[in-house]
Design a protein around this ligand. Structure first.
Ligand SMILES: C[S@@+](CC[C@H](N)C(=O)[O-])C[C@H]1O[C@@H](n2cnc3c(N)ncnc32)[C@H](O)[C@@H]1O
Length: 314
């Protein structure tokens, strides 16, 4: 899965196969910009601030964050040094057009030291999972060999009905542990948004998307985006074990609502009455339960001294 996605992101325009929240509407980046500016103030307004994003795609989210905050939070904007964690050279070139002056890194470990706000929208879902299948009294691990699924006996400490599939994302766990340790040691907060579950539930969530439609994950490997649902309960457990504060997870619908999505849509509609239907449709797509509002979750990992960040207070 890691090699397939590396090949896919290096050679394809992923946005021909799917869209993401920042690509749907400017409101997503504007609200997250406001979130970042308030969180920076809660951190004590450190200068400089490392404003990092993992897997920025076309960098539309960061572009909107910077544009919106330049007007309403100029001190925050002036403090920001933008850093992207991106492995695809093709997407780095697109990001350089959107956000000139950013710095690029292959890995979280390469970010400079210091207080940081890190954003990650639809990043963890691209990291490679392992799958275990309940067979009889034991478990088998499902691998890919010569283009097809094969199974080998494995050891899993868990009971489940016959045929159940359990997914483990070692790459995501290792990443969360490094991120949480950094936030505890150097200060800051990370906002992670993705599709996934609030609890660690069994289920086969491996999915390939080609041209906006589900596809066979083993056909033309490297030509489709492979993803799996993020286990937000595991993310929270791993970050807490490192001493980080964990805010949420909450649904994307609730989070954006608390940040003022309705007010932003109404204000944009007042200023651009001919586009009112477009803003209403985008708001519905991001926040309605049957659209992205419930499937997508949001969690904030932070230094333990940080007060409740916006969108997570009771
Ligand atoms: C689904 S796209 C998300 C794009 C963007 N965040 C958005 O909301 O539009 C996944 C992004 O993560 C990057 N990516 C995937 N695996 C990565 C890895 N292991 N390390 C760094 N970036 C990675 C891809 O190149 C791409 O930019």
């Amino acid at each position: 899965m890691a090699r397939a996605n590396a090949a896919y992101y290096a050679t394809h325009d992923p946005f021909a196969d799917f869209t993401t929240a920042p690509e749907i509407t400017q409101m997503f980046g504007e609200l997250i910009g406001a979130w970042a500016a308030v969180t920076w103030a809660l951190m004590g307004a450190p200068v400089p601030l490392i404003l990092a994003e993992a897997g920025p795609g076309r960098a539309t989210l960061m572009r909107d964050v910077l544009r919106a905050t330049a007007r309403v939070a100029p001190d925050f904007r002036a403090a920001c040094h933008v850093h992207f964690i991106e492995t695809s050279p093709r997407l780095r070139a697109v990001q350089a057009e959107a956000v000139p002056g950013a710095a690029w890194h292959d890995s979280l470990d390469d970010l400079p030291a210091g207080p940081a706000i890190l954003l990650a929208n639809e990043f963890l879902d691209a990291l490679p999972i392992r799958q275990f299948v309940r067979r009889g009294a034991g478990w088998m691990e499902r691998f890919v060999a010569e283009g097809r699924f094969v199974e080998q006996p494995a050891h899993v400490e868990r009971e489940a009905p016959e045929g159940s599939v359990v997914e483990v994302n070692d790459a995501a766990s290792a990443w969360i542990i490094r991120l949480a340790s950094r936030l505890v040691g150097q200060g800051g907060a990370a906002l992670i948004l993705d599709y996934g579950t609030l609890e660690s539930l069994p289920g086969d969530s491996l999915q390939a998307l080609r041209c906006g439609r589900p596809a066979d994950p083993l056909r033309d490997i490297g030509s489709a985006d492979l993803t799996a649902h993020v286990d937000f309960a595991a993310v929270g457990r791993q970050a807490s074990a490192c001493g980080a504060a964990v805010w949420g997870p909450v649904t994307q619908g609730d989070f954006l609502d608390r940040l003022g999505l309705r007010h932003r849509a109404a204000s944009l509609a007042r200023a651009n009455p001919q586009r009112a239907a477009e803003f209403a449709a985008a708001m519905d797509r991001l926040a309605a339960p049957a659209r992205m509002g419930t499937l997508f979750k949001v969690v904030c990992l932070a230094h333990p001294a940080l007060p409740a960040p916006p969108g997570f207070a009771a």
